[in-house]
Design a protein around this ligand. Structure first.
Ligand SMILES: Cc1ncc(C[n+]2csc(CCOP(=O)(O)OP(=O)(O)O)c2C)c(N)n1
Ligand SMILES: CC(=O)[C@@H](O)[C@H](O)COP(=O)(O)O
Ligand SMILES: [Mg+2]
Length: 641
């Protein structure tokens, strides 16, 4: 379907075209940009509500600043669709997040306007500050550096670390705090309450008006002078003590809050702020999903709704005739409640993904035992460690790629102290459309080197339940990782009775001849499929579901290497340091020789696309496994004519 951009938008091939328009025409540009996002995302999918909320900001930024010379960094980048459309990617926008299409996030090698690659939150202030410091060093004093960060992303430690530095750095950086009171789910924490207070407090509103009056007195086109700056500071002091404004206390000039949907006010304000040197923060208030009523009303659902009918708002579900297996996240979400009903020491922690991880079920049912702590993975892990010191059995659920943030906490606070925190690493493996920033590729590799840690992965829903059950039993006194992928499992009837799985034991799924395939986790199902194909060819591979990467099931591995001289390992994770590497180490340590082929995520960045497309590209879908098996078995295949 050919989706047409509106009359003005279709003529904006880059921000220079936008800058030729009058300020009054910006209203129409905003309207057309919003409509184009709705038209394309409804048909092609992607993040939705966040981009709608920053339409006016996006237009104002590219109108006022000289991008890409002035450097604009979007935090997370899920809200940057308008930015992509205005910066030369309007016509390819329908390929957004598709295999070989443009990325759903800003990406440096995609456009000079994408100054910094993003996907994970709370990096924008550090990155923009780095750019600003480099400009200062190079004498590029006319260059502007802008970080756009949401109220959710602002809750992360990294953002505070950057603010702490920005306030004293001699650098020209503007931080725009896009406050919509939402993360993916409603934002949480004291900062959120503080921002609400600022936005509603009469003292701050008076301060804001004074500041705007002062700015309004600036002669058009005249630079903001030191004199003006000191008057502005005096006005700030006159209304509230500087130390009572968090950002002022951190030595950033604070402006706002202002209405982030008033395009003219935004443009004027940005124009004024351009002339104020040094670190400063503009607080804007916006509505996530602005301009699409259903999204404004249910912002969590419309964060990334999937395909929908833009007129009726109906979100399309895949038509299904047979009972479907649940998503792994939902098996986690329901199972933790069942376990918590039996074990009053169980608690649940998620850093900002209550819906995505399905911990929200427990948060609703047991609000004193399950918590969203904001986009704070490091805190989530050490908090879990603290709870564990007091005998709590904590299930800390984190997306595999976001868990990378908390590696040191996993080592220093959990593993060294041998605290039995249970890490449920959701979205492990290739996640699909979100691409390389979100693939859960590395967790096995980076956790495997840490002593005292158990690493497991279920092949199906039943195993996930049983691993969760086993991890919380009193006889487990070790940190316990359970990794599982995005999306559905394979068992429609998944509410199976709990059975303990002995740590470090795998299982034989099928006996075979000549070759054994060892898999970990959900990818074992690709092996099952491949085996069906191979059996039809007359080949008989054995299949073992290892279940644990650490400790390995050594008894099972001795059986494998004493029986088979050809082995394939399959994992939905990097082959560098993953299950395959662990098997090679076992072989070396035990003087086994066999031909081994490792299948998994290769040692390169895998881009975005549907998981099936990516598994195929990486050669560990069923067809790839069957192909590798045939190649290894070439000498054994007899061709009958
Ligand atoms: C480190 C990390 N943790 C979690 C996420 C998942 N995530 C993506 S967007 C988002 C909400 C961000 O909220 P905010 O910054 O306020 O932006 P908004 O969507 O409200 O515009 C979250 C939690 C992430 N991208 N990175
Ligand atoms: C931008 C971001 O980080 C999240 O919105 C992420 O895309 C969610 O992924 P899931 O769709 O797998 O929950
Ligand atoms: Mg927000």
């Amino acid at each position: 379907m050919n989706i047409k951009a509106g009359q003005l938008l279709s003529q904006i091939d880059n921000p220079a075209d936008l800058r030729k328009l009058s300020k009054e025409q910006l209203h129409q540009v905003c309207e057309e940009l919003r409509q184009y996002i709705i038209d394309v995302v409804s048909v092609h999918g992607g993040h939705f509500a966040a981009s709608l909320g920053v339409v006016e900001l996006t237009v104002a930024l590219h109108y006022i600043f000289n991008t890409p010379y002035d450097q604009l960094v979007w935090d997370v980048g899920h809200q940057a669709y308008g930015h992509k459309i205005l910066t030369g990617r309007r016509d390819v926008f329908p390929t957004n997040r598709k295999y070989k299409g443009i990325s759903g996030f800003p990406k440096r090698d995609e456009s000079p306007y994408d100054t910094f690659g993003v996907g994970h939150s709370s990096t924008s202030i550090s990155a923009a500050l780095g750019m600003a410091m480099a400009s200062h060093y190079k004498g590029e004093f006319d260059r502007q550096h802008i970080a756009v960060i949401g109220d959710g992303a602002m809750t992360a430690g990294m953002a505070f670390e950057a603010l702490n530095h920005a306030g004293v750095a001699n650098a020209n950086v503007l931080i725009i705090l896009n406050d919509n009171c939402m993360s993916i789910d409603p934002n949480v924490g004291a900062l959120k309450e503080y921002l609400t207070d600022i936005s509603t407090s009469p003292a701050y509103n008076k301060l804001r008006d004074d500041v705007w009056n002062l700015l309004g007195k600036l002669p058009v086109g005249k630079k903001f002078t030191r004199d003006m700056a000191s008057k502005l500071e005096a006005s700030v002091k006159g209304v509230v003590s500087k130390s009572s404004n968090l950002f002022e206390a951190l030595k950033l000039r604070y402006f706002g809050p202002i209405d982030g949907h008033n395009i003219i006010k935004l443009a004027d304000t940005l124009q004024d702020l351009k002339d104020i040197p040094g670190p400063k923060l503009l607080h804007i208030v916006t509505t996530k999903g602005k301009g699409y009523a259903l999204a404004e009303k249910d912002q969590t659902t419309w964060h990334a709704p999937g395909l929908f009918d833009k007129i009726t708002g109906e979100i399309f579900k895949k038509p299904v005739t047979t009972p479907q297996p649940p998503k792994y996240q939902d098996v986690f979400g329901h199972t933790i409640i069942e376990l918590a009903e039996q074990n009053d020491k169980i608690m649940g922690i998620t850093p900002a993904m209550p819906s995505g991880s399905s911990l929200k079920f427990m948060m609703e049912k047991m609000p004193d035992r399950a918590f969203d702590v904001g986009i704070c993975e490091q805190h989530a892990v050490t908090l879990s460690a603290g709870l564990a010191t007091q005998g709590m059995r904590v299930f800390c659920t984190i997306y595999s790629s976001f868990f990378q943030r908390a590696f040191d906490q996993a080592v220093h606070d959990v593993a060294i102290q041998k605290l039995p925190v249970i890490f449920c690493l959701d979205r492990a493996g290739l996640v699909g459309d979100d691409g390389p920033t979100h693939h859960g590729a590395y967790d096995i590799a980076y956790m495997r080197g840490i002593p005292n840690v158990i690493i497991s992965a279920p092949m199906n829903e039943e195993e996930l339940r049983n691993l969760m059950y086993s991890a919380q039993l009193p006889d487990n006194d070790m940190p316990y990782v359970i990794r599982y992928p995005r999306g559905q499992g394979v068992m429609p009837e998944w509410r199976t009775p709990f059975k303990a799985i002995k740590t470090g034991t795998g299982r034989k799924i099928r006996d075979g001849k000549d070759i054994a395939i060892l898999s970990i986790g959900h990818a074992g199902n690709f092996v099952t499929e491949a085996c069906k194909e191979l059996l039809a060819d007359g080949l008989q591979p054995a299949h073992y579901d290892m279940r644990f990467v650490k400790p390995l099931d050594t008894a099972l591995l001795h059986e494998v290497f004493q029986t088979y001289d050809k082995v394939i390992t399959v994992e939905d994770g990097t082959i560098v340091g993953g299950l395959g590497s662990a098997i090679l180490e076992f072989m070396a340590d035990n003087n086994y020789t066999a031909s081994v082929k490792r299948l998994g995520i290769p040692d390169r960045i895998v881009e975005h696309g549907k998981p099936e497309e990516l598994h195929r590209e990486c050669g560990y879908d069923a067809a790839g496994i069957a192909r590798t098996t045939r190649e290894m078995m070439k000498d054994k295949i007899t061709v009958t004519v």
